[in-house]
Design a protein around this ligand. Structure first.
Ligand code: C5P
Length: 407
């Protein structure tokens, strides 16, 4: 599942400013992600940026003419420095070079892009990209601190190998991470200051060192909820069973295999969280004694038999704590959801249980759910899991008791 939620930036107009640096190659992909999410992208480039990637490429990807000069006569009133950002929801400078950050911090306006930034009436986001020594230089650090103090959002930089062959801080965030940071910037911070813990994916219960029992949960719903909660401003701790998914940007992830490990990880982390969402499809049973050696198939021995013991119910255990967080459960039922959903909510003693309608949710990109709570059941329309996750996080935020603010 691609990261970009379809239409999540629909109606947003961005000015994307490129300055001179090898990371310009990443902006082709960033532009594709932004337009795929529904944003319109107006590219503006400094002279130095055009040495690294051509305006032709950027025009083809953004579908709009690219501007590089403040003397460009294509704008009717000859004021591109005012007109280009007039409708913008934000200006994003990516990559932002050492020199451009310095010029911004000092309010200089000697080319089209710097003049656009000074004349703006919208948020400014910068995505630095430079060699580690340039990033660490006290002058750069001073400039970045000044920009932050001026209300500029600084996204990154990343750490790792650099084009110059050195390793350290200063790399531009990868295009996907830059996209995530921009998308997150635009989301209402409904969970600002809240800590959210959630489980996702299946668990794996070993029979022997190579075999085990698991289920078809892909983790997509849980990972989408983790992403949506991060975008809503929460500090997110995701405890994941074995899944093949990338960690959502800005989310702290812990991987586990078995239900018991998931239970123990949750109990270690739950003390200071405001919300717990049990999205994982936790195995109800495990084999009493998993074989330490691979069980061999031999002609003279009978087929193996297994005895099972019950796994801890993580959600019920969290709900039973003396000071539980706001607990949300998930339930996948193969029939009679209305009946089982409310019964399960009451049995697990949680204020909100989200039931998947029908068995057709595991592994799919979309889902249809019903919210069960003491006041009744509410059905939500079928939607893409990434978009649905945003709706569910908003529903959870609405229901949070004020007391969780002082927990
Ligand atoms: O499997 P079941 O339908 O009971 O799952 C309902 C909810 O309980 C889900 O939120 C799931 O994450 C949670 N659960 C759990 N520990 C278990 C079984 C289920 O936390 N052992």
């Amino acid at each position: 599942m691609a990261t970009v939620a379809p239409g999540e930036l629909a109606g947003k107009h961005l000015v994307l400013g490129l300055t001179g640096g090898i990371a310009c190659y990443k902006i082709a992909e960033l532009t594709r992600l932004l337009t795929k999410a529904g944003a319109t992208v107006q590219v503006v480039m400094t002279d130095a940026a055009t040495q690294f990637i051509t305006p032709v490429t950027m025009q083809a990807l953004s579908g709009r003419p690219v501007y590089t000069s403040q003397w460009d006569a294509r704008i009717a009133n000859n004021m591109p420095h005012i007109d280009l950002s007039r409708e913008a929801d934000a200006i994003v400078i990516a990559p932002a070079s050492t020199d451009f950050l310095a010029r911004l911090a000092h309010g200089m306006a000697d080319d089209l892009l710097s003049t656009l930034c000074i004349a703006r009436d919208c948020p400014l986001l910068v995505v630095p990209a430079m060699n580690r020594q340039m990033w660490q230089n006290p002058a750069t650090q001073r400039n970045v601190a000044q920009l932050r103090a001026d209300g500029v959002e600084v996204l990154g930089p990343d750490s790792g190998p650099q084009a110059c062959g050195e390793v350290g801080d200063g790399r531009m965030l990868e295009p996907e991470a830059t996209y995530e940071a921009i998308a997150s910037f635009f989301h209402p911070k409904l969970l600002a200051g809240r800590r959210l813990l959630l489980t996702a994916g299946p668990t794996f219960e070993p029979l022997d060192p190579v075999r085990g029992i698991t289920n078809r949960s892909s983790g997509k719903m849980g990972f989408s909820l983790a992403r949506a909660a991060q975008q809503a401003g929460a500090e997110v701790h995701l405890i994941a069973g074995p899944v093949a998914l990338d960690t959502p940007w800005g989310v702290y992830r812990e991987d586990v295999q078995t239900a018991q490990q998931m239970h123990d990880a949750v109990m270690r982390a739950v003390a200071d969280c405001d919300v717990f969402i049990g999205v994982a499809a936790v195995a109800d049973w495990r084999v009493d004694h998993a074989s330490p050696q691979k069980i061999k198939k031999t002609a003279d021995k009978p087929m193996p038999t297994f005895t099972f013991v019950e796994n801890p119910d993580i959600l019920a255990a969290v709900a039973k704590l003396a000071h539980p967080p706001f607990c949300v459960g998930f339930a996948a039922e193969s029939g009679d959801l209305e009946l089982h959903g409310e019964e399960k909510r009451v049995r697990k003693n949680v204020p909100l249980l989200i039931g998947n309608l029908g068995p057709l949710t595991f592994g799919l990109d979309d889902n249809e759910v019903v919210l069960f709570e003491a006041s009744g059941a509410t059905k939500l329309p079928r939607a893409d899991k990434r978009a649905l996750a945003g709706t569910l996080i908003a529903e959870i935020a609405k229901r949070l008791p004020d007391t969780s603010l002082i927990r």
